[in-house]
Write a protein of this length. Structure first.
Length: 202
């Protein structure tokens, strides 16, 4: 299969919800990484896999993911929980979507924009990560490196913020300095509301 688009992600989540419903089960998951960026904004179109944090119903989710992989020809790790490597005890999520609306079997959460930025800064290894960080900085209208560091500090201890992260942030700000970079106002990018009821969760 090629990369997952927004429609692919939503379709896959609906399949999971259907399987849960048919077996009388429920689950809560957080959508992270590039998948969260794709669902929430327009500046990224696809991702290689769907990054998740399973909050409830882990065994059911993993079994269903295997069945869907066999049915759809997805790779075994299409639903990937390795993002937990960058998870913070101070994580902040909000409810994004419940499937189905009536008596939901699957609740889907997404990270707050600042938490997603902090995670992306720590995970910054590939060009897609760098582009996501750059666009999140523009979205939040941040124009100083130290303000990004302050956001990271809210979620992670100092000893996990490596030189690679600081160097990456410095390079990004060199690229998006005013007047060119931050003139593009991503803060007006629409954040979809697909049946969602937003609320904070910790």
């Amino acid at each position: 299969m090629s990369d997952f688009t927004k429609n692919d992600i939503l379709e896959s989540l609906s399949l999971i919800a259907e399987r849960l419903k048919s077996s009388g089960k429920t689950a809560d998951i957080g959508i992270y990484g590039g998948s969260a960026v794709i669902l929430l904004w327009e500046f990224r179109k696809s991702t290689m896999d769907i990054d998740i944090m399973i909050r409830n119903g882990a065994e059911d989710i993993k079994n269903i993911a295997k069945d869907i992989a066999a049915q759809k020809g997805y790779p075994d790790n299409w639903l990937n929980d390795q993002v937990k490597t960058f998870s913070s005890e101070n994580y902040k999520e909000r409810l994004f979507l419940e499937i189905p609306q009536s008596e939901p079997s699957l609740r889907i959460f997404v990270p707050t924009t600042k938490y997603l930025l902090a995670m992306k800064c720590l995970a910054m290894r590939h060009e897609t990560d760098i582009e996501d960080v750059k666009n999140l900085i523009k979205l939040l209208r941040i124009d100083r490196e130290e303000d990004v560091i302050k956001i990271i500090d809210k979620y992670y201890p100092e000893n996990v913020i490596h030189d690679r992260t600081l160097f990456g942030i410095k390079n990004i700000f060199e690229e998006i300095k005013k007047p060119q970079g931050l003139d593009k106002d991503l803060s007006s990018s629409p954040e979809p509301d697909p049946l969602a009821r937003y609320k904070c969760r910790k």
